[in-house]
Structures are given as structure tokens and as C-alpha cells.
Design a protein. Structure first.
Length: 167
């Protein structure tokens, strides 16, 4: 991976690791501190699972948009970066390796835990199924471009006067 593909890979790993860290450690810690009653804490954890699932879907769409619009990667290289990042998460499932399943469970729980609240069928939220769903969200994001309605022009510094000028 050279240049822009490497930057996309770093962005993808950082964003997903941050969300996993928030979901697995930060939010449960603060919920246990702020809501000492078990019923209230479990209800708050369910809400967190739903919110994290929706946010993760938006993150994958945003990563796809970033791959195309910011990093300038075509479909092949961006899909290659996606697979390089996500295949190690799916290999422990395919090889039945016990040590690697902790990372796979944490990653598949980003979307899967929120969906599992509505439909507890195990096969629907298998890590491979979730990998296909996230890949489709990533590819969908390549079609989205976010732009400003009115571009602004920079006039330069004028001793504290108005710097930005609308066209």
C-alpha cells in the first residue's frame, strides 16, 4: 500500500479501533458509574448498542466516501484496502482459531449487537455476513460526495477586518 491507500488504511484502523474502544470499555465504565441500578444500566447499555450500530453504519459509508473523494482511490484499490483490514478479522472464524476470536467478536459486535436486539437469529449476524454488509456500506459510500452549498473565498488579512467574503 503506497501513498493514499496507506492513509486510508490508517484512517480505517484508527476509526474502527476508536469505536471498539468506546463500545467495549469507555461507555460501559461510565454507565456503571452513573447508573448503579442494574435495570437502568442494562437499558442504557441496550441504547448504546443501538446507537453504536447506527453510527458504525454511517462510519462505513463515510469511509467509502473518503476513499473516493479524499484519497482518490478507484474501486479496486479501495476494496483492496478494505479487504486487507477486514480479512484478518474473518480468518479466525474460517480457521476456528481461538486466540483471534476476541478481535472478531469486538468488530462484529459493532453492528451485530444492535441488530441482534431485534432479531436474535445467529446466522444473520455471523461475522462473514456482517463483513458483506460492511463491504456493501463501504461501496455505497463511494457514491456519496459532501460539498458546501456556497463556496467561500479567502480575501487575505486586512488588519482585523472581515476576512471571509461570500461570493
Amino acid at each position: 500500500m503506497k501513498g493514499r491507500a496507506g492513509a486510508l488504511a490508517v484512517e480505517m484502523v484508527f476509526v474502527l479501533a476508536s469505536v471498539i474502544w468506546l463500545k467495549e470499555w469507555v461507555f460501559p465504565f461510565f454507565i456503571s458509574q452513573w447508573f448503579p441500578q442494574a435495570d437502568t444500566a442494562s437499558q442504557m447499555l441496550e441504547w448504546i448498542l443501538l446507537v453504536i450500530g447506527v453510527i458504525t453504519c454511517f462510519i462505513y459509508v463515510g469511509l467509502g466516501s473518503s476513499a473516493w473523494n479524499h484519497h482518490g482511490l478507484k474501486a479496486g484499490p479501495s476494496l483492496g484496502v478494505f479487504l486487507v483490514i477486514h480479512l484478518p478479522l474473518l480468518l479466525p472464524v474460517a480457521l476456528s482459531a481461538v486466540p483471534g476470536t476476541a478481535f472478531t467478536d469486538a468488530w462484529s459486535g459493532l453492528i451485530g449487537d444492535g441488530l441482534r436486539l431485534f432479531n436474535p437469529a445467529r446466522w444473520t449476524f455471523h461475522p462473514v455476513t456482517l463483513g458483506v454488509i460492511t463491504c456493501l456500506l463501504f461501496l455505497l459510500g463511494r457514491r456519496i460526495r459532501v460539498t458546501e452549498r456556497e463556496p467561500r473565498r479567502f480575501r487575505g488579512m486586512n488588519r482585523g477586518r472581515k476576512v471571509w467574503e461570500k461570493p
